[in-house]
Each structure stands twice: as C-alpha cells, then as structure tokens.
Design a protein around this ligand. Sequence first.
Ligand code: F6P
Length: 332
Amino acid sequence: MEEVKTIAIMTSGGDSPGMNAAIRAVTKAGIYKGFRVIGIHNGFKGMVEGDMDELTLSNVENIMQYGGTILGTARLPEFKNPEVQDIAVNVLKTYGISGLVVIGGDGSFTGAQKLSHKCEEPKHNYKCNVVCLPGTIDNDLACTDFTIGFDTALNTIIDAVDKIRDTMLSHGRCCVVEIMGNRCGDLSLFSSINTGAESLIVAEKPESLDIDRICQDVAEGAKRGRKCHIVMLSEHMMDPTELAKIIEDRTGVSTRPSVLGYIQRGGTPSAFDRMLATKMGAYAVDLLDKGVINQVVSIRDNKIVNDDIDVALAMPRRFDEQLYKMNEMLSI
Ligand code: F6P
C-alpha cells in the first residue's frame, strides 16, 4: 500500500483577511488529493516548538468568512539563526512532513527560503517541498500584483476615511490619517485614489513629505472654499500628531490626527480576497502534488502563476508611478 504523504500549512507574520480561506482551500484540496494535512500553530514559532495538529475537513468548515487566522501567527526574528532552522527541520522530519505551505509576507518568505535550503544541506538531506502564498495587507511583495488581505484592508480604510471625511466636512477641518503598509505605499496610494484624499505622503516618494507644500495646499484650498482636506500619511514617514499641529499652526485650519491602526488588519475578507486565497491555496496543493519544488504562488495580469522562491525574492519592488501621477493630478 502506498504511504499517505503529509503536508503542513502555517500562517506567519502579520495576519491578513483571507488567510482562513487559504487554510481551508489547502486543507480541502490536500485531503481531496489524498494527503494528510497538518496545521502548524503560530508560524515558525510553533514549527520550532512542534506545536501542530492534524487538520480535518470539519476543522476548516465555517472559517472562510472570518478575518484573522485559525492557526494563529507570530513573528520569530530568531528564525534567522541557522541552529533554530536546524531544530525546525528536525521537527518536520519527526512529523514526516514532505510539503509545507507558508502563508505570509516578505519576512515569512525569507524564513521559508532559508528552511528550504536548510533541508537540502547534506547533514539533513531531507526532502521538504516549500510553497509560499502571499498573505499580508501591505501588498509589498514584488512577485505578485496583489497579496491576500490587501483588498479587504483597502476597503476598511476607504470606509473609515469616508466616515472621517463626514465629520471633517461638518467642522471644516483637515485630517492627517495614518495608514499601515510597512514602507510600502500601496495601501496609502490606492485609498487616496478611492477617497479623493487631497494630499498623499508615501515612502516611495520621499519628496512627498514636503510640509511647506502640504501647508500651502491646505491654505489655498481653504481660501477657495474647500471644506475638508485629507492628508493620507503612510506609517513611519512622520508622527501624525506632529504633522497635524504644524498644519494647524501654519494655516489656521483646524487639523486633527487619526491613526487607523489595527482595524486595517481585521474584518470579514472581501470577495476578491476569498477568491484569491482559494485559488492560490488550491494551486499550491497542485504544485505539491506535481512535485514542483520551493515555489511562491502569485497573481500577475489576473493569472495565478508560480516562481522559484529565490527568483521571487530577488524581484525588485515596483511602485505604480502612473497611478501616483494620476492621483497627483486629481488631488488639486
Ligand atoms: O505587515 C503588516 C503590518 O500590519 C504592517 O502594515 C505594520 O507595519 C505591521 O504589520 C505591524 O506589525 P505588528 O503587528 O508587529 O505591530
């Protein structure tokens, strides 16, 4: 009788809406294709600790509609350490795991890359096929047009900024809204376009943090009768409270800071994210089934594709200059 192959799935790094849909797809497709599926708790931390259980069909029913991840997640900076990676490989061996799906962002992909190379070292000589799925609200992975969770976070931001605009309009105020993204400006740029923000500050364009120009735009806008001004500020660029105070002091326009924070990472996944996660999850199991080794799954030009992990991680990050220019033109 042929031995049943065991595959494992884990979520790692910052969670993102749609991760549960991916866990469901990997588990169901895996069981359908005859694999035994194991869920690793809390990312690489759980891997190193051997914190894992078998996932059954009933474990993944009724989870798709929820944000977060039923497997839990963690960041483990110590995973950079080769000795910690050795422990992880030994745990995978103990559980007989021959395929691993890692859902996460760039840090998780780097961990997965290190793990795949570690397995190949002669002292381990262990075959574990690693497949990564992009799961992060930041959309900061060069290989894919969209990451699982980006669309939901974008919709959450749009909803929040629309509400902020209501009250700013009533009071004739300016608001500095801080947006997540971890030095990737996509959430800020896309939400700026979709809410008609009047100013945008992103890391990819350091010159966008031109306080004199922003103050001038706020003042001129107010002079010509603009009743509300939204400044979309990517996190880590500047303290939003400090920027709001400078704008108010220099322009006389009442200005408030608003940090959207972790509401951006939670909530019901959008249809787009459920679909993306489901397609990518099923595709990952297909790759494992075909024995295509050490891959990253992406969506490019609306097609699900795969690249070698090393190739995917070496791709240069892009920023949509055309969208940025269009946004600049429309925020006058
Ligand atoms: O990577 C997702 C993200 O939400 C970033 O946008 C943000 O900078 C970071 O995680 C926050 O991380 P933590 O959960 O560790 O505070």
